[in-house]
Design a binder for this molecule. Structure first.
Ligand code: 0L1
Ligand code: MG
Length: 262
């Protein structure tokens, strides 16, 4: 690690205050160009600790930048991992208040709920599918705290991978009942199709993103417990939204899930 503990605490406080007050900032690597990956995750861990200390709950994990479309859109080549919160959970068909966010975008995702714990290293698609209770459609609302979404991967990791809000819904399916690679997803904004793709856009198979998350946490000695909700990452590029927009995600054989931006 390159940063001392005081700097990690200060950066976590700064990024979390930006999140909670919907205020943007410059990427933190501008002032800390030497920070390393461990520093980045240590800042994210401190943000998580602050939320837990405040009484918030961590209700799921997320994989970010797992599709080639997203990597290309953001100019990075490696996935990243974060968490989602109780206050970030929006009911299917519910409202997302844009005034609480900076510059939200939406991503269509396949979400996994585990029936068995998973621990890396060595986790693979087969282990993920065997441990999955069901999969379901989800919309992630991302909201980078960095001005104009201008960042590098370490800054994004520290900023809890732009996590803001999420909606899960539609129909759940057992993972063995569906080929997640050929699964078609269609994202609509105000009734018009804005982007579409199939599950294989996520690292060849959405379960590969979950395996990567499990291996990442395994390297830190952490297990992913049974019952965990995991967002496997945006299947397409992210789509900007504004007040008045209605977003609907249709996933082949799994119905649809949606939300309104107000
Ligand atoms: O969930 C995601 O793929 C977001 C990762 C962070 C990068 C971004 O804000 O687009
Ligand atoms: Mg995402």
């Amino acid at each position: 690690m390159k940063l001392d503990q005081a700097t990690i605490l200060k950066l976590a406080e700064h990024l979390e205050e930006c999140e909670l007050n919907a205020r943007d900032t410059l990427k933190i690597t501008d002032d800390h160009p030497d920070m390393d990956w461990d520093d980045a995750y240590a800042i994210q861990d401190e943000i998580r600790r602050r939320k837990l200390a405040r009484g918030n709950k961590i209700v799921g994990l997320k994989c970010g930048l797992t599709s080639y479309a997203k990597m290309k859109q953001m100019g990075v080549e490696t996935p990243c991992f974060g968490f989602v919160t109780d206050y970030g959970s929006v009911p299917d068909g519910g409202e997302v208040k844009v005034s609480e966010l900076i510059h939200p975008k939406v991503e269509p995702e396949i979400c996994f709920v585990l029936k068995h714990a998973l621990k890396g290293p060595g986790c693979h698609i087969g282990a993920v599918l065997a441990a999955t209770d069901f999969v379901m459609p989800g919309i992630e609302v991302i909201d980078s705290r960095y001005r104009d979404f201008k960042f590098d991967l370490k800054s994004v990791i520290a900023d809890n991978t732009s996590a803001a809000r999420f909606v899960v819904g539609g129909q759940t399916l057992p993972a063995e009942g569906v080929d997640l690679r050929t699964l078609g997803v269609v994202l609509e904004k105000n009734g018009e199709i804005v982007t579409l793709a199939s599950g294989a856009a996520v690292l060849g198979h959405p379960a590969a993103a979950v395996a990567a998350l499990v291996n990442h946490l395994g390297a830190r000695g952490e297990e992913v417990p049974a019952g965990t909700l995991i967002l496997s990452g945006g299947i397409t590029e992210a789509v900007a939204v504004k007040p008045g927009d209605h977003i609907n995600l249709r996933v082949q054989g799994m119905g649809s899930v949606g939300c309104h931006f107000v």
